[in-house]
Structure formats: C-alpha cells, structure tokens
Design a protein around this ligand. Structure first.
Ligand SMILES: [Zn+2]
Length: 143
C-alpha cells in the first residue's frame, strides 16, 4: 500500500473522517474563506479560526475542461490520455463558492443547482512514490 498524502495541506480534513473542506471564519464578522486566511478579507480582523466547511453544497456554475490545461497543471496525464473533466463552483452551506474539479465530465450530468458532495481522489505520484490526493465534488444524485 503506497503512502497517501494531501496535495496541498490544510485544504481538507482527510485522512481524518469525515472528510470535509477546511476554511477559516472571522471571529469578529463571521466571514468565511477558503482556503483559510490569517486575516479577514471583509473587515481586516486577524482573529480568524480554522473551521470545517462541510462536505456538500450545490452546483453554482460549471464548465467542461475538454483539453489538457497548461502548466502548472500537474498530473500523470499526457495530452494523449487526458480525459475531459468538469470544473465548477460549488456553493457551500456557509455561502462560500469554492472552485473545484467535478467528477462528472459531460454536460448531460451537470446542471446549476445540482446537490454535490465532496470526495477525495488521487492526483499523481510524487518523486518519492507517495500518492498525492486532492478533493473534487460529484453529484449527490448519482450516488
Ligand atoms: Zn471579519
């Protein structure tokens, strides 16, 4: 079993269960941010705390990425084996809209307002052979 690590530490709680996004909440005005911020973009307060942002939301808008993005896109894919994927903004319960890769990759499977749930997926191996993991959302209706 290879070692699995988050691609970017601090974005989500995995491997702690339940997996959920991590962001920050301003203790003065209540503004949320993702990724977490040390100061509040709304009021400038530096009294922020890391909070769980949950693992579900609704699809706010989306598109299909049908060609391989330029660097710094880093996976083990090549232009020859690249598979299109969905990308969108998912609106969380706190009102934040989070940009995310989507499991679905066809226009038939996506619509604005679709209930979405978080999942943790492998991205690629790093130079030490660790499996790097990231998050994406998928339709909660397809589960
Ligand atoms: Zn604030």
């Amino acid at each position: 079993m290879e070692n699995q690590q988050p691609l970017h530490p601090g974005l989500f709680s995995w491997p702690d269960a339940p997996s959920q996004l991590l962001g920050s909440r301003c203790q003065d005005c209540g503004e949320h941010a993702f990724p977490s911020q040390h100061s509040c973009r709304a009021c400038g307060s530096e009294r922020t705390e890391v909070v769980g942002l949950g693992n579900s939301g609704t699809l706010w808008t989306w598109t299909i990425q049908s060609f391989m993005p330029k660097a710094p896109y880093q996976t083990d894919e090549t232009p020859e084996n690249f598979r299109p994927y969905g990308v969108g903004y998912v609106e969380l319960a706190c009102g934040l809209k989070v940009e995310s890769r989507l499991h679905e990759n066809s226009a038939d499977a996506l619509r604005i307002g679709l209930p979405m749930s978080l999942e943790i997926i492998p991205v690629r191996l790093d130079h030490e052979g660790n499996q790097l993991m990231t998050f994406q959302f998928r339709s909660a209706e397809a589960l």
